[in-house]
Design a binder for this molecule. Structure first.
Ligand SMILES: [Zn+2]
Length: 221
């Protein structure tokens, strides 16, 4: 990967180029930054022509990007799409507590302390949901559920091991989007792949799943 700068309008933007075996150029905005995938040996001038041509699409995506959390005193974290202000109260405990729209953090290592809390919040939510889905929609044994930090995926189903992993970043999203990921992963116990039968199984249990996928795609992992 190579990183460059380009002036678009009044601002200078950074962009990354990943050269690949491909036939045409692709541009996207990832975590507030432009990422270009380009065939090997594509001249920079051509890449920059494309960036200028599509700047009206790219710039709003960069400007709208806002991360789910800013881990510092008086920073913030989104939990189930609600924003909480972080208030640091270091008493050496690995604990957090909600008070209204604030989240009190009782350890000076704010990020680690909040993440430990978020992991538990997400695990509690998912376990409760999975139990409900197993009671009504899926005839399965309770899988082992784990929460991990992943880049680029919301969840993984290890159906042979009866285990599902969920991305910790889900905790920042609306609950109906988390529910889609839960149903998606549970459905892998019925269909291992992403075939049309797989999506038929999802549709039976979640008729509006397509809208949820669309909204989920707008979120960054
Ligand atoms: Zn899948």
């Amino acid at each position: 990967m190579k990183s460059y700068e380009i002036q678009l309008g009044q601002e200078v933007y950074h962009y990354d180029v990943i050269y690949k075996r491909m036939t045409s150029l692709r541009m996207r905005v990832k975590e507030g930054r432009i990422v270009v995938s380009a065939p090997y040996y594509t001249p920079r001038a051509l890449i920059e022509d494309n960036l200028r041509q599509y700047q009206e699409k790219l710039i709003p995506l960069i400007q709208n990007y806002e991360s789910y959390a800013c881990y510092c005193d008086q920073g913030y974290v989104d939990i189930f799409a609600c924003r909480y202000v972080l208030v640091s109260r270091d008493v050496g405990k690995w604990q957090c507590e909600k008070h209204g729209q604030s989240l009190y953090v009782y350890h000076r290592q704010i990020e680690q302390c909040v993440e430990k809390y978020l992991k538990q919040v997400l695990l509690d939510y998912i376990e409760e949901k999975v139990i409900a889905y197993l009671a009504y929609d899926f005839d399965l044994d309770m899988p082992h559920i784990e929460i991990k930090k992943y880049k680029g995926r919301w969840g993984s189903c290890y159906y042979q091991q009866n285990r599902i992993s969920f991305n910790l970043s889900l905790v920042h999203l609306e609950k109906d989007l988390i529910d889609y990921v839960i149903v998606h992963e549970l459905t892998h116990f019925l269909q291992a792949n992403h075939s049309s039968q797989f999506y038929q199984e999802i549709e039976k249990r979640m008729p509006d799943y397509k809208q949820r996928i669309k909204r989920l795609k707008e979120k960054h992992v």
